[in-house]
Design a protein. Structure first.
Length: 185
């Protein structure tokens, strides 16, 4: 049986089935926690895809570029490539490529560190600050639009539950790390 792609599905007026939808169709095959995980993943993916699309259409910018500019906006004196890499959780090579392109466009600038010229600080130019300011306003509006169906109380409840989920995840991760460490002692 031939699998059809996303473009063909959309041409036929069909929406692709995500993993959550597949799990919902056969709930007896999946634990409640798995369905919850898939719901979180599907929601995050839908939101991220929409933000990516809007950034691309309105500003001709990728989400990684937007994220890099957001980090620089928070650091007026700039950040080293290593600091950007840590904050963005990507390799130095990925950051270097993004920064090189943004320097060429006049959006960021590299300045040698006064104490050690081996290091350079990357910071926004005036053009970069103006561009990011416009993008950040639009981004905030888009996020508000995406969550408009949730009341303020529902948003607060969701935040509280997601924070609890984050703590639970960290606890499970920490326990696994401790258990693995004791195996190798």
């Amino acid at each position: 049986m031939r699998r059809i792609g996303l473009a063909e599905m959309q041409t036929r007026g069909q929406e692709p089935l995500d993993q959550e939808t597949r799990a919902a169709e056969r709930p007896s095959d999946h634990k409640h926690e798995l369905r919850l995980w898939l719901r979180l993943l599907a929601s995050a993916t839908l939101i991220e895809d929409e933000i990516r699309r809007r950034l691309r259409e309105r500003f001709h910018v990728t989400l990684p570029r937007f994220d890099l500019l957001a980090q620089l906006e928070k650091a007026p004196i700039g950040l080293t490539l290593g600091e950007l890499s840590k904050r963005l959780m990507v390799s130095n090579g990925n950051v270097t490529g993004l920064v090189d392109a943004l320097v060429a466009e006049g959006i960021v600038v590299r300045n040698a560190a006064p104490a050690d010229r081996r290091y350079a600080f990357v910071s926004l130019t005036k053009k970069g600050r103006n561009l990011f300011s416009e993008m950040a306003r639009a981004h905030g509006d888009w996020i508000s639009e995406i969550f408009a169906e949730l009341t303020a109380a529902e948003q607060s409840t969701l935040m509280r539950l997601l924070e609890k989920t984050k703590r639970s995840t960290r606890k499970a991760t920490d326990a696994r790390t401790v258990a693995a460490a004791t195996l190798f002692q």
